[in-house]
Design a binder for this molecule. Structure first.
Ligand SMILES: [Zn+2]
Length: 296
C-alpha cells in the first residue's frame, strides 16, 4: 500500500497528494476516546494519515478544546498524522471557536440556507479564517457544502425531508460557489445522504454529475454522508475526483452493536473498558474496510 505522507507534512499537502494520486483520505467522526483510539489504531496499522471530525454536538459533548488536546496527544502516540476537523458548523461564532481552539479545518454548513445566504455565510467564515491565518501564521482549511443532504448521522426509515434529486448540486452553482467563497475544499450533493436508511437501499451516487463538477472546479472535493453507500459507488466517486470520504453513522452503529452484543451476553458487566473494547473491535472492522477501499 502506498504511503503519501511522511510525518510532518502539512494537512493541505497531504490532501493535495491524495488528490494528485486519485486516492481518498478517510474522515471519521468520534464522540469519545474509545472511538478516537480505534481509528488511530487502524490508521497506524495501515500506515495512513486520517482525519478525525467532530460535529458541533460531538465537540460540545467532549469539550471543544479538550478534543484538540486529545488529538495532540494521539499524534504523539501514533506514528501517522491525525488531523482534526470541526465538522458541520452552522455559525460564524462556532467557526471561530473551533479555529481559535486550534482545529486544522472547519466545515461551514449553510446548505440549508437559500443560495445567496449560504454564499454570504461561507464567505464571511473564509475571510475570518484568512485573518486568523495572517495573525498566527497557521494554515486552516475551510470547507463548505452545496445542496442539502440532511443533517443527522442517524438511522432513518426514509430520506430526510428536503433531500431530493432536485437538490443535487449543479455544475454552474458549484463553480460560482467555489469562486465567490474562496473555500479550500468543496462538498457537493450528488445523491449522498447523511445518516443511513433502515428500510431501503441508499440512493445511488450521481457519478456523472461529480465528473461534470470536477471539470469546472479545482479544489479538493469531499463526499459527506458516505455511510451505507456501496463499495462500488464509493470507488467510482473517488475515481471521479473525491479526495476525502466522510463516514459517521456506519461506525457509530458498529460501535454501538459491539457494546450491545457484549452486554447481551454479559448483562452484569459494568466496566466501560470491557464493553467499550467490544465496541472498538466492531468499529475497527468498518474503519479498516473503508480505509483499504479508499487506497485501492
Ligand atoms: Zn457531513
Amino acid at each position: 500500500m502506498m504511503h503519501l505522507t511522511p510525518q510532518g507534512d502539512t494537512y493541505i499537502d497531504t490532501i493535495l497528494a491524495y488528490k494528485e494520486k486519485g486516492k481518498a483520505l478517510a474522515h471519521f467522526n468520534v464522540s469519545n476516546l474509545d472511538q478516537a483510539r480505534a481509528i488511530c489504531e487502524v490508521a497506524q496499522e495501515l500506515d495512513q494519515p486520517v482525519i478525525i471530525g467532530v460535529s458541533e454536538g460531538e465537540r460540545e459533548y467532549m469539550g471543544v478544546t479538550m478534543v484538540r488536546k486529545v488529538i495532540d496527544e494521539l499524534n504523539q502516540e501514533y506514528a501517522v498524522p491525525i488531523f482534526l476537523n470541526a465538522d458541520h458548523t452552522y455559525s460564524l461564532p462556532k467557526v471561530m471557536e473551533a479555529i481559535e481552539a486550534g482545529y486544522d479545518s472547519v466545515i461551514v454548513d449553510g446548505a440549508k440556507l437559500p443560495y445567496e445566504e449560504n454564499v454570504a455565510l461561507v464567505k464571511a467564515a473564509v475571510d475570518a479564517v484568512r485573518l486568523y491565518e495572517e495573525k498566527t501564521g497557521k494554515r486552516v482549511l475551510v470547507e463548505a457544502e452545496l445542496g442539502y443532504i440532511g443533517q443527522s448521522s442517524s438511522l432513518n426509515a426514509t430520506l430526510p425531508e428536503g433531500v431530493s434529486e432536485a437538490n443535487l448540486t449543479t455544475v454552474e452553482q458549484a463553480k460560482d460557489f467555489v469562486i465567490r467563497t474562496g473555500i479550500d475544499m468543496f462538498a457537493p450533493a450528488i445523491g449522498n445522504v447523511h445518516g443511513m436508511l433502515t428500510d431501503a437501499p441508499e440512493p445511488k451516487l450521481h457519478i456523472d454529475r461529480l465528473q461534470e463538477i470536477r471539470k469546472v472546479i479545482d479544489v479538493p472535493m469531499v463526499l459527506h454522508g458516505a455511510s451505507g453507500n456501496t463499495d462500488e459507488d464509493l470507488k467510482a466517486a473517488i475515481d471521479a475526483g473525491i479526495t476525502i470520504v466522510h463516514i459517521n453513522t456506519e461506525i457509530r452503529k458498529a460501535f454501538r452493536d459491539g457494546e450491545m452484543e457484549f452486554l447481551a451476553e454479559h448483562p452484569n458487566e459494568v466496566a466501560p473498558y470491557k464493553f467499550g473494547k467490544e465496541g472498538q473491535e466492531k468499529m475497527k472492522e468498518v474503519v479498516r474496510a473503508k480505509m483499504k477501499l479508499y487506497m485501492q
